[in-house]
Write a protein that binds this ligand. Structure first.
Ligand SMILES: Cc1cc2nc3c(=O)[nH]c(=O)nc-3n(C[C@H](O)[C@H](O)[C@H](O)COP(=O)(O)OP(=O)(O)OC[C@H]3O[C@@H](n4cnc5c(N)ncnc54)[C@H](O)[C@@H]3O)c2cc1C
Length: 347
């Protein structure tokens, strides 16, 4: 045994940095030691209590580390609640992808645990992409000098169509401009197409919340620190620009104590381009929505053509009519109150 010890000592001084006595654990981590001197000798040697203790220490240590990681890292992540966005860049995983029209996609991204996105009504997030897009001509995008050509990364703004009531995920609806789909735009769009090409499980880098306008409810908007109150909210949107409007519309309708009147003029190129149509139509009559198309089909009952002064005039008239009806109601109430007062005075 002594001879074996001597040999062990030589080895152990060499590989474990100066241990006096080799242990069975030394043999487990050092194949040379186990092989060269016979495992049986080592087992015999390990029968000493001291060696059991030395063997157990690393095992106990590993178990403690696993437990600490589980309690302080894994469990808080699984049960995490509260807002996800913290203005820093973070990755989210794509868990669902659904084409709403030929080129409009609804993406669902997972949030840790039961976290909400943490976006105020009226705010938006930024999506970040490395600037490595395939292009027809170096330095150009869609036949024009690309102002983003020298950047390492690009970002685009998106307004989720889910709200703070949705926990553990958020959805964005994005229009994708595919390359060569339209000869005028041979490169298409950068961000939307890149997102359309993503597969389930892919990561997306986002940051937020951003935006100067906050809807506080009850017809109150906050812009650069100042509050503005209105009874009538009139909105004009085109194409995928509907998403910020939908966010505010849904918030007004969700809150039964919010009596703001909401009207929307929504313009698209064709009937197929109208995104979130069902969702918008479901909000009538609380939402007064008027849709207009550049190229309307036969029998289309909405407006036709671009948003022009005439269309603006329509929204203006809509808002005025709401205002007038409210004024008439108030005037009528005052008249009734005055009449009651005069009857009381006479009696
Ligand atoms: C507050 C805010 C919220 C927004 N929310 C949303 C949202 O929820 N969903 C959404 O989709 N967008 C939203 N946008 C717009 C979004 O930020 C991007 O501008 C949009 O996705 C286009 O970016 P892109 O990189 O795909 O295209 P880019 O490369 O930036 O742009 C190319 C531009 O060229 C034109 N173009 C390219 N190819 C074609 C083609 N084949 N046919 C016609 N025109 C073409 C389009 O005008 C397109 O915008 C929002 C913008 C703002 C400011």
């Amino acid at each position: 045994m002594d001879a074996v010890y001597e040999k062990y000592e030589l080895f152990c001084n060499a590989c474990s940095g100066g241990r006096d006595v080799p242990t069975p654990f030394c043999a487990m981590v050092c194949p040379q030691l186990a092989e060269g001197y016979g495992y049986r000798d080592l087992i015999n040697h390990s029968l000493e209590t001291n060696d059991y203790v030395q063997l157990m220490i690393p095992i106990i240590f590993t178990v403690i580390i696993i437990r600490i990681v589980k309690v302080f890292v894994v469990m808080p992540l699984m049960t995490k609640s509260g807002p996800f966005l913290n203005r820093k860049r973070q990755f989210v995983k794509l868990v669902q992808k659904e084409h709403l029209t030929e080129n409009v996609v609804r993406f669902r991204y997972k949030l840790p645990g039961s976290q909400t996105l943490g976006l105020y009504v009226g705010g938006f997030i930024k999506v970040h992409h490395p600037n490595s897009f395939k292009r027809q001509k170096e330095g150009e995008w869609n036949g024009r000098a690309d102002p983003e050509a020298e950047l390492d990364e690009i970002d685009r703004k998106y307004t989720p169509v889910t709200s703070e009531d949705d926990k553990g995920y958020f959805d964005i609806v994005v229009k994708s401009y595919r390359p060569s789909e339209n000869p005028k735009f041979p490169d298409g769009g950068k961000s939307g197409y890149k997102m359309e090409c993503q597969s389930i499980g892919d990561l997306l880098q986002i940051s937020g919340p951003f935006g100067h306008i906050k809807y506080l409810g009850g017809g109150v908007f906050k812009k650069t620190g100042k509050e503005y109150k209105t009874a009538n909210i009139a909105m004009i949107a085109g194409g995928s620009g509907i998403t910020p409007m939908l966010q505010i519309i849904r918030d007004v309708i969700k809150n039964s104590s919010d009596h703001a009147n909401i009207s929307l003029l929504y313009a698209n190129q064709t009937e197929d381009d109208i995104i979130l149509r069902k969702e918008l139509e479901a909000l009538a009559p609380r939402l007064k929505c008027y849709m207009t198309l550049d190229r309307p089909p036969k029998g289309w009952e909405g407006g036709a053509g671009f948003i022009t002064k005439g269309a603006f005039f329509f929204v203006f008239c809509l808002v005025c009519s709401i205002l007038i009806s409210r004024c008439v109601k108030v005037f009528w109430r005052i008249l009734l109150a005055l009449r009651r007062m005069s009857v009381l005075q006479r009696s």
